[in-house]
Design a protein around this ligand. Structure first.
Ligand SMILES: NC(=O)c1ccc[n+]([C@@H]2O[C@H](COP(=O)([O-])OP(=O)(O)OC[C@H]3O[C@@H](n4cnc5c(N)ncnc54)[C@H](O)[C@@H]3O)[C@@H](O)[C@H]2O)c1
Length: 347
């Protein structure tokens, strides 16, 4: 059976683009014809490593080439909508790095356009292809953890301050896409609080609270200013609890048979809780690079006409929540001030 080769172009070869290029080059039936970057300095780095790839600073040159059927966009967030729209209008399949766009109206437009053009639109929510995240989804769906009471996630380190977006748009796409995937729902309420420590007009620390219709509540702590790197998520369910630590090299997921049960009182005065502290198990995880799985999935969806796990609608859900978080942060988390704190103590 002959399967048609996908011919693609990587647009944006900064920090993340080289990872995309390396992985797409490894996927069978895929030919990377171009790398496009507005910076000649970045293109020179490609020439040294991959002399057979065509290099260009012109996005138009890439989308005008009929041989190229697929565009992979890894440029700054503010450029995603414009580039993806142009590529879809020229009938290309499009992969856009997270977050899909810088606002939800633009994301909706791309979703509609992809439908109209009957082209695959996929977003780089890489964690939805990562073995621990997929394993946790299986555990939640199988009912192993019971009802999910709450999720608490920390994504902090001494990170790269982005020039054009706050820490929310840079880091929250990861936690939002992971949590919405696990729970299978979007949040009904989003509150955020934070501040710009290094540059007052650019928040570099944010604490986000989410509430879901199912009753689950979640908090996400984000920061580019932390002495250590934490990638740690705690999930507490009615049956079991779980810790996912992505900085661990082995045993990234630990499942705790711990819990507290309410014991039906036999008399009116009696109030009893029973505490359970059982086994701690680290489930077996598959071993593959999430970005490779993501690239392979994208090309499969193109070939087989399938809807990607991280399609445009998935990207839109994340952008909507990011917008709400940024809005709430600007309003100080709809912070309710307790005026009593302002009272001076008069001696
Ligand atoms: N999935 C992940 O885990 C992950 C990790 C890091 C970054 N990202 C995402 O990847 C994207 C790029 O991030 P980055 O950190 O590599 O940014 P970056 O600033 O390091 O690189 C962006 C590159 O795009 C080029 N560029 C800018 N405008 C262009 C245009 N109009 N046409 C062609 N090239 C253009 C720049 O010259 C630069 O080389 C962002 O959306 C970011 O959120 C995803």
């Amino acid at each position: 059976l002959h399967t048609k080769e996908t011919t693609l172009a990587i647009v944006g070869y900064g920090y993340w683009g080289p990872n995309l290029l390396r992985n797409f080059m490894e996927v069978p039936e895929c030919r990377v014809k171009y790398v496009c970057d507005s910076s000649a300095v970045q293109l020179r780095k490609v020439a040294l490593k991959y002399p057979h790839i065509s290099l260009t600073q012109s996005f138009d040159e890439v989308i005008d080439d009929d041989e190229v059927d697929t565009i992979v966009i890894s440029t700054p967030i503010s450029t995603h909508h414009h580039l993806a729209k142009k590529a879809l209008l020229r009938g290309k399949h499009v992969f856009v790095e997270k977050p899909l766009t810088a606002d939800s109206a633009s994301a909706e437009e791309l979703v509609r356009l992809a439908e109209m053009q009957q082209r695959v639109l996929m977003v780089g929510h890489t964690f939805k292809f990562s073995p621990p995240v997929v394993k946790i989804k299986e555990l939640i769906d199988s009912g192993e953890l019971g009802d999910i009471y709450y999720i608490s996630s920390s994504r902090v380190n001494l990170g790269l301050h982005q020039a054009d977006v706050s820490v929310i748009w840079d880091l929250a796409p990861h936690d939002f896409s992971i949590i919405f995937y696990w729970l299978g729902e979007e949040p009904s309420q989003v509150y955020a609080f934070g501040r710009g420590c290094v540059k007052p007009d650019m928040p570099d620390v944010a604490f986000i609270n989410l509430a879901f219709e199912s009753g689950t509540v979640a908090e996400v702590q984000l920061s580019w200013l932390s002495p250590v790197k934490l990638r740690r998520t705690v999930i507490v369910g009615s049956k079991k609890m779980l810790i996912y630590d992505d900085t661990e090299s082995v045993e990234k997921v630990k499942l705790f048979d711990h819990g507290v049960n309410f014991v039906e009182p036999s008399s009116f005065e009696e109030f009893q809780l029973s505490y359970r502290s059982g086994d701690i198990v680290s489930p077996h995880l598959d071993n593959y690079e999430p970005l490779y799985a993501e690239a392979k999935h994208f090309l499969e969806c193109i070939r087989e006409g399938k809807r990607p796990r991280t399609d445009g609608v998935d990207g839109l859900h994340v952008v909507r929540a990011l917008e709400k978080a940024e809005d709430s942060l600007k309003k100080n988390g709809n912070f309710v001030e307790d005026k009593r704190c302002r009272l001076r103590v008069v001696r």
